[in-house]
Ligand binder design. Sequence first.
Ligand code: CA
Length: 223
Amino acid sequence: MQQQVLLVEDDASLREGLFTSLKQAGIGCRAVSSGQEADACLAAGDFAAVVLDLGLPDIDGVTLLRRWRASGFTLPVVILTARDALDARVRGLDAGADDYVLKPFATQELMARLRAAMRRGQGQASAQLKYGELVLDTQAWQATLGGQPLSLSRRQFTVLAELLRHEGRVLTRDHLETAVYGWNTDIESNAIEVHVHALRRKLPRDVIHTVRGVGYMIASQPA
Ligand code: CA
């Protein structure tokens, strides 16, 4: 398993500190300071994950991330954002970030989130998503609950699969809309709420949680 992480951070002291921490944790790291260098690295190399600062000198990190996702890079991305920049954080998650860490942060926190994102990244290679008694086969578009077929519309299935892929993370309504409807479509403002409502009637209680003002999440698996 390739374990090299691409670190994109223009603050030299932070970049060097993280570079050292990653190496000490046994994770190979390529550290760069601009969007242009990051683009070149991603095109040339095989990385297990990216740590991306949103405030870069040559390009907005959100724009960069959106471009990567549009061109098919599926690798896990953890963004670094300023503590007061709620808007940037939400835009970053909408653009396809897997997780975020607020500056200033403890290195251990970033490492933990990065490891979790990398684990999820590997898990995505499997076509089956499991959550307790619930199993989604994303290739056959079939769902079962406790071994019994669960009848879901294509859109309900997509919402549920997207939530399961990001288990333990909050997904914004915009994120879910993009997953279900793609870009540039004219949809009802409550479309996602309607799908979630329908899903809740078919699933055990408390599987899908509402995070007021932000979106929805599926809590991490019960142990
Ligand atoms: Ca910066």
